[in-house]
Design a protein around this ligand. Structure first.
Ligand SMILES: Nc1ncnc2c1ncn2[C@@H]1O[C@H](COP(=O)(O)OP(=O)(O)OP(=O)(O)O)[C@@H](O)[C@H]1O
Length: 286
């Protein structure tokens, strides 16, 4: 493992080398105006990179600015200072080739499962027949063959996540942004979904920014873990995870000595920030 900050190491052998999938945040600060008109700094001087095809997890205490960071990468919001680049180009609006997955389902309740998944290619100009064929194929890939005509409310939470995953991946994004996508699932379903995500990611290799509160999930899935400080968030440390790929089942990897070692080291760093954030909410000084 390497604890790093600053410039990124070369991607490991076998990674996609699509330079247009590189994500770079450099000295990024984001301030919001509070209702009373004062400036509130959500993140300060955030710098890190995600290599093309790399799976990068971001962890940090609640309110440290993880979602804010993700929205700046997506182009939904702009930095107050610093630059966000995707593929070497400064982000100045919604960037082509990015898909999202959030904790809340972003499925349209009035559309069938097939209709929800086919929407992406249809918006991108695919013929309806082709979009539906591709959606059927993706539903098969996420284990939902036979559920094409169901509506989202007729599915379990895990099944809805599969639909959301198919809807995100059908566009074959170069970048996948995920904000606690499995946060609302029970432990077993979360593990199954994590395994499925990693299997599909290994086939498509988009660059991933994956926000999570679950450090085990971060270490099990990621090539790189970014630890953020308590708010205003900045990058405290970057850990390159040297567990081999393919990783296999996330349930099993948690028992490997190397996993435990990495988890222990990163938790020592994260814990200080979690405690600092907690002390603030309880009014204690730290
Ligand atoms: N649009 C906004 N206007 C004002 N303040 C905002 C806005 N968006 C976020 N914030 C504030 O910025 C800080 C960081 O929020 P953000 O949601 O990015 O944190 P987070 O690390 O993702 O939190 P959590 O882990 O709890 O989801 C919070 O204090 C939040 O209240």
């Amino acid at each position: 493992m390497a604890v790093r900050s600053g410039t990124a190491a070369s991607p490991a052998t076998g990674r996609t080398d699509r330079a247009d999938a590189r994500i770079e945040l450099s000295g990024v600060t984001k301030r919001f105006l509070t209702p009373s008109g004062e400036a509130f700094t959500a993140i300060r001087d955030v710098t890190f990179e995600v290599e093309p095809g790399q799976f990068c997890a971001v962890v940090g205490p609640t309110g440290c600015g993880k979602s804010t960071t993700l929205s700046l990468v997506s182009g939904l919001d702009r930095p107050s200072e610093g630059t966000v680049r995707v593929g070497g180009r400064e982000v100045d609006g919604i960037t082509e080739g990015i898909s999202f997955m959030f904790q809340a389902d972003a499925l349209l309740p009035w559309k069938t499962v097939l209709g929800n998944v086919a929407m992406g290619p249809m918006f991108r100009g695919a013929a309806k027949k082709q979009a539906l064929a591709s959606a059927r194929d993706w539903l098969r890939r996420v284990g939902l063959a036979g559920f094409e005509d169901h509506h989202p409310h007729q599915l379990s939470g895990g099944m809805r996540k599969r639909v959301a995953m198919a809807a995100a991946l059908i566009n074959e994004p170069k970048i996948l942004l995920m904000d606690e996508p499995f946060g609302a699932l029970d432990v077993q379903t979360k593990a199954i979904m994590s395994n499925e995500l990693i299997g599909l990611w290994e086939q498509l290799r988009p660059s991933v920014v994956f926000i999570t509160h679950d450090l085990e999930e971060a270490v099990a899935l990621a090539d790189r873990v970014v630890v953020m400080t308590s708010g205003p968030g900045s990058v405290k440390a970057v850990y390159d995870i040297d567990l081999p790929r393919p990783r296999g089942s996330v349930q099993d990897i948690r028992f490997q000595p190397r996993f435990l070692e990495l988890h222990h080291q990163i938790w020592a760093s994260l814990r200080e920030e979690v405690e600092r954030a907690y002390a603030r909410t309880t009014g204690e000084t730290s």
